[in-house]
Design a protein around this ligand. Structure first.
Ligand code: 5RP
Length: 228
């Protein structure tokens, strides 16, 4: 089975956890797009839900599929958020997210949800976060070079300002920049997350410790559902 077929399988399985009447957070990325497509099919069949998207791209997709949208003023608490991830640590279910650049809104939506369902293909589970994936850190543009120095002091060995296709610094939906920080294998995810939370200039980071309530993993043979 191709990688995309695995992503689609995990995504459809996660989308089928949504029940009528739910307020649902829509994640960002290629797996999330498959999930939104499946929700669009279910809405067309009569499923009554409202959704809050985590990026402009996913909002456009949801609108094109006639998925009704809402906002936090009307619904400050979501029943479920569904999103992809870049790495899932086996056992703890800590996550790295944000290679798609939407980590800030993704974390706000996940925190507001009673249940945070993460769907991944077989390439995403790891024994320890950080060995192969940098931690994306969203920073304010003002003084980002100084923030980069602080991130180095917190242990980032290599810091790459994210760039767009034209070579310019990439700007998030929130008008910020992303520094991809290679910390190597992370021994204590919670501790690093707390340090990053406290760094001046950091808006948010892609470590999501102890947040997933369910992880749907698609291999080429089966679907597994993990809980903490
Ligand atoms: C976006 C994310 C995505 O969930 C993550 O990058 C996974 O993407 P994909 O499903 O395309 O592999 O965190 O900010």
């Amino acid at each position: 089975m191709s990688l995309d077929a695995c992503k689609r399988l995990a995504a459809r399985s996660a989308a089928d956890l949504v029940e009528p009447g739910m307020i649902v957070g829509l994640g960002t990325g290629s797996t999330a797009a498959f999930m939104v497509e499946r929700l669009g099919e279910r809405v067309a069949e009569g499923l009554d839900i409202k959704a809050i998207p985590t990026s402009n791209a996913i909002e456009a997709l949801a609108r094109s599929l006639n998925i009704p949208l809402t906002d936090f003023a009307t619904h400050p608490v979501l029943d479920m958020a569904i999103d992809g991830a870049d790495e899932v640590e086996r056992g703890s279910l800590h996550l790295i997210k944000g290679l798609g650049g939407a980590l800030l809104r993704e974390k706000i939506v996940a925190r507001a949800a009673k249940r945070f369902v993460v769907m991944v293909d077989f390439t995403k589970p790891v024994d320890r976060l950080g060995a192969r994936t940098p931690v994306p850190v969203e920073v304010v543009p003002f003084g980002w070079q100084c923030t980069s120095v602080v991130l180095g002091q917190l242990g980032a060995k290599l810091i790459s300002p994210r760039r767009g296709p034209n070579g310019d610094l990439a700007v998030t939906d929130n008008g910020n920049l992303i520094l991809d920080c290679d910390f190597g294998p992370i021994k204590d995810v919670q501790e690093l997350a707390t340090r990053l939370d406290g760094a001046v200039g950091v808006v948010e980071h892609g470590l999501f410790p102890c947040m997933a309530t369910d992880v749907v993993v698609a291999t080429d043979r089966e679907i597994e559902q993990w809980t903490p």
